[in-house]
Write a protein that binds this ligand. Structure first.
Ligand code: ADP
Ligand code: ZN
Ligand code: ZN
Length: 800
């Protein structure tokens, strides 16, 4: 007897629907519906989407409704991913549906609005019926169906129109591509003759003049919301040409000469041997590959993957953020060519879907991507690699609040394959586990060819001020830049902006106002003109003079990249500067373009924020300047010192990676801070030891686990009140060892009109915590519609 019942999780993320529903599989869909497929089902008086998680012969529930239609020909979730999703929901205390949604590309989700073909829902929408009246649909070629609109509002028996993205092998064969042929001057001349009304043409001119590779016409039309007629004007003006390309959408196509594996140096081959041994023996070991920048970790990854592929297995490589690491991605493309799918958030929805589908259809062996690529639906994984494992982007800050490290380790159990965490600056949690033997530690302390680490100098900016230098550049940095300009070498300048304008510092003595009991800098709250601690709710008035030296230069901080760029232009008028920050990189491909320009030496100085700290490898960069190391240090975050150490080490790694030796100059108001000093000495172990002692003393991870509970409500009082009730409940139900802090306002107290209060639990072992929290959640969120009260629970928060 075939299964007639499907267990479906529906696309309604709420406490009340956080379970599986039984539906009847109608006769017409038997044989078509399989576990892991998307279906549409009647739900109340709506039609919504859901996932079939399992099937059964019978159900205890009477009067079941039938599934309406099936949206897939091939399951989008494997059995492994389904059980992973259930585990994830439990682990992160999120809804089942949210964890499945997190695993799939946008295109497969209900909110997807674009499609290629339009089909009206027939009255009996089985797969066959859906395509009644349509010729030449070969079911083997049919890839997927994407509903345009799943009705999420109350709709009463109206005719619902659906659109389906029907991708067949046929329809993907040729693509019209746009190639830019005009010179920049030609675009300028074109602009000069445009009438003021021609807004689209202005927009397109800018678009084309910054387009660094050919793009499908469809993409150009979509992105600019324009028509073929407008595009034609540019063709006629000789600025662009159109041509047909015989491939499917492949954003990374291009002629790339393949690289060959390099003969490994001894520390590399030792590392590779260990990893390969785990693969051979099918052991789910977790390795911490602790290697300084430039020690050749990437080459180890490449060869380990090569080994996996040769065994017919697959690999996942995670990078912190794809657009920030174009050079890294290119190395994988150049080694493995068409065997790589790149899951890039800056791709269009369709392009990303195509990349994902290559994995689903097993036409690739390697997936490279940011966080969510950990869910790549491979079925025979040989290795998972998390590069720069310390990066905070590996933690998802929204439902489900997972860390990729945990997901990778969970998947490794299933696939019996190793996980490799690579970094020069492991998180304290990871390094502590490696020391305990939970992870296997592999050390790569030497740079390739024993190149020296660049020399780091610390510049005390207080001293500069006392010497009458009020500019952003210390005298040493200014001289060093001048020297590079003369020698035709390149400079990377790093400005740390995050966390600015919230902490208060004395410019005279460098004193930062901190909470007396938390070892965390206080945050300035403009509304009340007070300083507050976000851990324990301590507060004090904003001081007028420095409590330390009585100077009146105490204030909160702020310098933007734009200001620095101005100052650079004034101080070094002959220097060509590329600025990289959120403003200059908003457009798709802008990162890659700016970096390419810098790589081709079209500029002398690359100025940027956090985003330039990662994965850059330019042979002519011999000087790296950090304008102020203090920004991160004063974030109201117990990880501030760790992040500063990581960042300084990363940034330093950008200099002198090749023949030329590098120099690093770090400007700071707190030159005596241990994270600055240990970074200068490239002393990870020293830093680890000191920071661990502090974490122990102040009861932070890795000695304690943290759970952050945030309550949001339109009324401040209500948010605070509920947080207080939760705090009391926790005190009552948890053990005496648990430390429960709060309620205190969240660092950003109000977002979109909602007030936020939080409560923090520090604990070593609280087996009941999940259970208690779940009860609290259920209690409050059952009435969400009535009260609009929200509770977020973040187990192991990264940002506080
Ligand atoms: P990491 O990932 O640890 O920062 P990379 O893998 O980027 O280090 O290696 C640093 C540089 O050394 C790169 O330019 C790389 O091409 C080169 N390299 C790596 N391994 C070898 C090797 N075995 N022989 C020669 N050069 C190598
Ligand atoms: Zn405090
Ligand atoms: Zn002072």
């Amino acid at each position: 007897m075939t299964d007639k019942i499907a267990h479906v999780v529906v696309d309604v993320p709420s406490v009340n629907t956080d379970r599986f529903y039984d539906y009847l599989i109608p006769e017409s869909l038997q044989g078509a519906i399989h576990v892991g497929m998307r279906v549409t089902v009647p739900f109340g008086n709506r039609t919504i989407m859901g996932y079939v998680l399992s099937t059964a012969k019978e159900s205890k529930v009477k009067g079941l409704k039938p599934i309406q239609s099936c949206l897939d020909v091939q399951p989008v979730l494997t059995e492994e991913l389904i059980s992973l999703g259930k585990w994830l929901a439990q682990e992160t205390m999120s809804f089942f549906i949210s964890s499945f949604q997190a695993m799939l590309p946008q295109a497969l989700k209900a909110s997807y609005k674009k499609s290629l073909h339009r089909v009206d829902t027939p009255s009996n929408p089985t797969l066959n019926a859906l395509f009644d009246g349509r010729d030449n649909i070969d079911f083997d070629e049919l890839e997927t169906l994407i509903p345009l609109k799943i009705i999420n509002e109350e709709i009463k028996r109206e005719t619902v129109t659906w659109e389906y993205h029907v991708t067949t092998k046929e329809s993907n064969k040729t693509v019209t591509m746009v190639k830019v042929v005009g010179e920049l001057e030609a675009f300028d001349r074109y602009l000069a003759h445009l009438s003021k009304q021609a807004k689209k043409q202005y927009q397109l001119t800018e678009y084309f003049s910054t387009m660094d590779q050919d793009q499908p016409l469809k993409t150009v039309l979509e992105r600019n919301k324009t028509t073929r007629q407008t595009i034609k004007k540019f063709v006629e003006a000789g600025l662009i040409t159109l041509y047909q390309q015989q491939v499917d959408r492949n954003p990374y196509a291009g002629d790339m000469t393949k690289t060959r594996p390099l003969p490994l140096q001894s520390q590399q081959s030792e590392a590779l041997d260990k990893i390969v041994d785990s693969m051979k023996k099918k052991r789910p070991d977790t390795y911490l590959l602790h290697g300084v920048t430039g020690s050749g970790k990437t080459e180890v990854y490449l060869q380990a993957i090569d080994w996996a592929i040769k065994q017919g297995r697959e690999a996942i490589v995670l990078v912190p953020e794809i657009s920030l690491t174009p050079m890294m991605v290119e190395r994988f493309k150049r080694r493995f060519g068409d065997e790589v799918a790149v899951l890039h958030s800056a791709l269009s929805i369709g392009e990303r879907f195509d990349e994902w589908r290559k994995i689903q259809k097993k036409t690739v062996k390697v997936a490279v991507g940011a966080r969510s690529a950990i869910f790549a639906p491979f079925e025979n994984l040989g290795i998972m690699i998390i590069d720069e494992e310390h990066e905070s982007t590996y933690k998802q800050e929204d439902h489900p609040r997972y860390h990729v490290r945990d997901v990778a380790i969970k998947r490794a159990e299933y696939h019996q394959c190793p996980v490799v965490l690579g970094t020069a600056t492991p998180t304290l949690e990871t390094f502590a586990r490696a020391k305990k033997g939970v992870y296997q530690l592999i050390d790569m302390p030497e740079r390739i060819n024993h190149t020296a680490m660049p020399h780091v100098t610390i510049e005390d900016m207080r001293e500069e001020l006392h010497q009458g230098n009020r500019t952003m550049f210390s005298r040493r940095l200014k001289l060093a830049i001048e020297k590079r300009l003369q020698n035709n070498e390149q400079v990377v300048l790093f400005l740390n902006r995050r966390g600015y304008s919230t902490f208060v510092m004395c410019r005279d003595c460098g004193h930062v106002v901190e909470c007396p009991s938390c070892d965390i800098s206080l945050t300035y709250h403009q509304r009340e003109h007070r300083l507050k601690c976000h851990y324990c709710n301590y507060s004090e008035p904003m001081p007028n003079v420095c409590p330390h030296c009585q100077s009146d230069t105490i204030r909160f901080f702020g310098t933007g990249t734009e200001k620095v760029e101005e100052a650079l232009n004034e101080t070094f008028p002959e220097a060509r500067v590329i600025r990289m920050d959120v403003d200059t990189t908003r457009k798709k491909g802008a990162h890659e373009r700016l970096l390419k320009q810098f790589g081709q030496k079209q500029a002398d100085i690359l100025l940027g924020t956090q985003m330039i700290a990662k994965g850059l490898d330019f042979p002519d960069v011999t000087l790296v300047g950090v304008l102020t190391a203090d920004g991160l240090l004063n974030l109201p975050d117990f990880r501030a010192a760790e992040k500063t150490f990581q960042l300084l080490t990363q940034v330093s790694g950008r200099a002198g990676r090749h023949e030329l030796t590098g120099e690093v100059i770090v400007q700071t108001y707190t030159p005596e801070h241990y994270s600055v000093l240990f970074a200068k000495a490239y002393d990870y172990h020293g830093f680890f030891k000191q920071e661990m002692a502090l974490r122990k003393a102040y009861q932070y991870p890795p000695y304690y686990f943290l759970t952050l509970i945030t309550v949001t409500h339109e009324q401040r009082l209500r948010a605070e009140e509920v947080t207080r009730v939760i705090q009391k409940l926790l005190v009552k139900h948890l053990s005496e060892e648990a430390i429960i802090l709060g309620p205190s306002p969240s660092p950003i107290e109000r977002i979109k009109g909602r007030y936020r209060f939080q409560c923090m639990v520090k604990y070593k072992n609280e087996p009941d915590l999940h259970h208690v929290l779940k009860k609290i959640l259920d209690h409050y969120q059952k009435d969400y519609q009535k009260e609009k009260l929200m509770i977020h629970i973040d187990l192991n928060p990264q940002q506080l």
